[in-house]
Design a binder for this molecule. Structure first.
Ligand SMILES: C[S@@+](CC[C@H](N)C(=O)[O-])C[C@H]1O[C@@H](n2cnc3c(N)ncnc32)[C@H](O)[C@@H]1O
Length: 375
């Protein structure tokens, strides 16, 4: 395990600078949270990270390491040959999320996706460790986070398990805060939140703030972007559960398209698209983001060049579906993410526009697999 670099005048000064920048940018407005961000030594919780494939830590390059640890940057903290599996969420996003919880001093919180332990540490600083439970599917991460949190003086309950099942032993919670993306709110989160409590979770690519209304229902709005790594059911599962694209997929006749690849980078449309075609993965060719390739979990694939030349393969014509989704979104008036809301019942998950009575997409609740607990 990497050696802990203690808090010092230098790390405290860097922290003050980061917090001042967050305040200046309007990301950190609540004074109690400002004090928590000042108190938590992020460098103890993020002793190493990866940048452009290179491992950076306090031993090999202390200045560079500290500079990014105390900047408003998402840091890759765990990776496997084929995927990034954990990261330290950028502090401004953490600030937005914890402030959106509207915590009261006696609240009990379940924090799903421990990662580095930074969010858990902030919650412990704000509420006291006894009121915080944190859960991550990966035993390497929970072991490290538990140890680093203790070195910072925090002792929340840190559990290794699939966060989709919550942690009933400490329920009911006043708040559940989640930092991995789901396409459907797991029933356990609603069951384990008291009536009137709040679940804050990235659903598709929007951050949903839902109030639990009792009888297994929850309702609320999307309050901002929620681009997070997808939920993985076990530590080794590929995030998002993609099927492998086979070589023998059918190829559809090439054609041209009037819908430019740039629509994929329109955040408001992207949110709508993520809801209508969940699980799309983008890529691009020849270093040009407008030479777009997208893949769907069923193995469908589309490539659009900047000139509008289109090729598609796999079980369905993926770009045709993107065009249909774009047409629907435009016919709704091209609404931004924040005009959408979500109602979750035991049967359905309904996405609505402006008001819960204006349903736009009704999805069945996905069956959530059985709990997996690790030692
Ligand atoms: C974006 S990182 C968490 C970031 C954390 N807030 C921080 O700042 O360190 C996402 C985390 O979700 C965890 N994760 C993915 N699937 C999970 C699951 N089913 N249950 C619990 N944690 C999961 C990953 O192991 C990863 O650590």
């Amino acid at each position: 395990m990497t050696e802990t670099i203690p808090d010092s005048d230098e790390t405290r000064a860097l922290r003050r600078r980061m917090v001042a920048a967050l305040v200046n940018d309007g990301a950190l407005t609540d004074d109690r949270w400002r004090r928590a961000f000042l108190a938590v030594p992020r460098h103890v919780l993020v002793p190493t990270y990866y940048q452009a494939g290179e491992r950076i830590d306090g031993q090999t390059d202390p200045q560079r390491w500290l500079r990014l640890v105390y900047s408003d940057t998402t840091l890759i903290t765990q990776r496997r040959p084929d995927a990034v599996t954990s990261s330290g969420t950028m502090p401004s996003l953490v600030a937005m999320m914890v402030q959106a919880l509207e915590l009261e001093d006696d609240h009990r919180v379940l924090q799903v996706a421990t990662g580095t332990g930074y969010t858990a540490a902030l919650l412990c600083e704000r509420l006291g460790s006894a009121q915080v439970t944190s859960i991550d599917v990966d035993p390497d991460l929970t072991t490290a986070a538990r140890d680093r949190l203790r070195r910072c003086g925090y002792t929340p309950t840190v559990i290794t398990a699939d966060g989709a099942h919550g942690y009933p032993e400490h329920a009911p919670y006043d708040r559940i805060i989640v930092t991995f993306a789901v396409t459907s709110i797991p029933p356990a989160w609603i069951d384990q939140t008291r009536a009137g409590g709040v679940i804050l979770a990235p659903v598709f690519s929007g951050l949903a703030k839902l109030t639990v209304t009792g009888q297994g229902n929850a309702q609320g709005r999307f309050i901002g972007p929620g681009y997070f790594r997808r939920h993985r059911a076990t530590p080794m599962a590929p995030p998002g559960g993609f099927s492998v694209t086979g070589e023998k997929q059918p190829r559809w006749p090439p054609r041209t398209t009037d819908l430019p690849s740039s629509v994929y980078y329109d955040n408001d449309f992207r949110f709508f698209l993520d809801m209508t075609i969940p699980g799309l993965a983008p890529g691009y060719r020849e270093g040009d983001p407008h030479n777009l390739t997208i893949s769907a979990p069923d193995g469908s694939h589309a490539q659009v060049t900047p000139e509008g030349n289109l090729t598609q393969s796999g079980p369905r014509r993926l770009w045709d579906d993107v065009e249909t989704s774009h047409h629907t979104w435009r016919s709704l008036g091209a609404p931004p993410r924040e005009r959408f809301g979500l109602t979750v019942t035991s049967q359905h998950q309904t996405i609505w526009l402006d008001t819960p009575t204006r349903a736009i997409i009704i999805l069945p609740r996905r069956a959530h697999h059985r709990p997996v607990r690790h030692a």
